[in-house]
Design a binder for this molecule. Structure first.
Ligand SMILES: Cc1cc2nc3c(=O)[nH]c(=O)nc-3n(C[C@H](O)[C@H](O)[C@H](O)COP(=O)(O)OP(=O)(O)OC[C@H]3O[C@@H](n4cnc5c(N)ncnc54)[C@H](O)[C@@H]3O)c2cc1C
Length: 291
């Protein structure tokens, strides 16, 4: 399909990009890594006249330790940079391991963390992990800067809490607490494909194997990633046994809201929620108990 003609802009600052957005309103679109937007354009599913490419904005691509138990990541950091940054591998390995499962190396060398978060595809790998980590998303708009917790940022299918002239500039992720176990795993059609079901789990246990904190987030089986609070409650404060895990898994299955599509039926996805919730709990627990 021939892509419709558009004006191309390459601003060098966030302010310049926001001014362009304000100037062109609904007829403008942001371009980051292009790994979702360009395929959409090629399918003829987009309608804009002005494309604002963020790539030249140097102060949106960084990964830094804040020194306050968190890491800040510029929205233009590429998936491969997130996957391989020593600070993330060391202090927030769940994020690195999730980024490693996105698409192929070509996709990870171009696609950005901010693009994936803003695109808000319910099957995207990063989304459940961003919620499990309780990341903070920083947004610049024409009149103000705003910060959103991950849970409030993701609103619906391909829909975030950002306004039309806003730009996501930074993602702040807390470092994983000492002794925390973690895992992200997904069911997909094959290597390099989106999650049919994705589960991100973080758990802490004490020396008696009693759960002191837990977050379980499902992706691909709802309009947006969501914490399964009933499953978390089934684990919290309890000594982890096979029965307690069974109960948590049953809650996850109950709360999942999959729809049937070309990849899998809703019924099969529910079964896979059970499998992947159990697997991530088991993997996270084995890390938590090692430390
Ligand atoms: C073949 C293929 C396989 C893939 N496999 C996977 C996979 O397995 N798992 C997975 O999770 N993803 C997968 N992806 C998607 C990939 O992760 C994309 O990188 C990501 O979804 C979008 O990031 P981007 O930087 O390319 O954004 P773009 O495509 O440039 O933009 C995406 C959307 O976000 C908006 N946007 C981008 N950045 C900002 C910003 N800073 N502020 C405001 N709005 C912004 C754009 O306007 C656009 O609407 C795949 C893509 C392809 C082409």
């Amino acid at each position: 399909m021939v892509i419709k003609a558009f004006e191309y802009y390459a601003p060098e600052s966030i302010k310049e990009a926001i001014d362009l957005l304000r100037q062109h309103g609904e007829k403008a679109k942001i371009l980051a890594g292009g790994q979702s937007l360009i395929p959409i354009m090629k399918l003829g599913l987009s309608d804009f006249d002005h494309l604002i490419d963020l790539k030249r904005i140097k102060d949106m691509n960084y990964i830094k330790d804040t020194g306050k138990d968190s890491i800040v990541i510029g929205a233009l950091a590429k998936h491969a940079e997130v996957e391989n940054a020593p600070i993330i591998v060391e202090k927030c390995p769940l994020l690195s391991e999730t980024a490693k499962l996105i698409g192929h190396p070509q996709i990870r060398n171009k696609g950005t963390i901010g693009g994936s978060i803003c695109h808000c595809d319910p099957s995207a790998d990063l989304l459940p992990t961003i919620v499990a980590l309780d990341a903070t998303l920083k947004v610049e708009g024409p009149t103000e800067s705003k910060s959103f917790g991950a849970e409030e940022f993701f609103k619906d299918v391909f829909t975030t809490a950002m306004g039309p002239n806003d730009i996501l500039t930074e993602i702040e992720v807390p470092v994983l607490p000492e002794g925390a176990g973690y895992a992200y795993q997904k069911l997909s059609m094959g290597a390099g494909d989106f999650a049919i079901v994705g589960v991100s789990t973080i758990i802490q246990v004490d020396s008696q194997r009693t759960c002191t904190s837990v977050r379980i987030v499902l992706g691909g089986v709802g309009e947006k990633p969501f914490r399964v609070r009933s499953a978390e409650e089934a684990l919290l404060g309890k000594r982890i046994t096979a029965e307690v895990v069974d109960e948590a898994v049953a809650h996850a299955v109950k709360e999942a809201r999959p729809i049937s599509d070309l990849k899998a039926s809703a019924q099969y996805k529910k079964l896979m929620v059970a499998t992947y919730t159990r697997r991530t709990l088991s993997a996270a627990l084995s890390i938590a108990q090692r430390t």
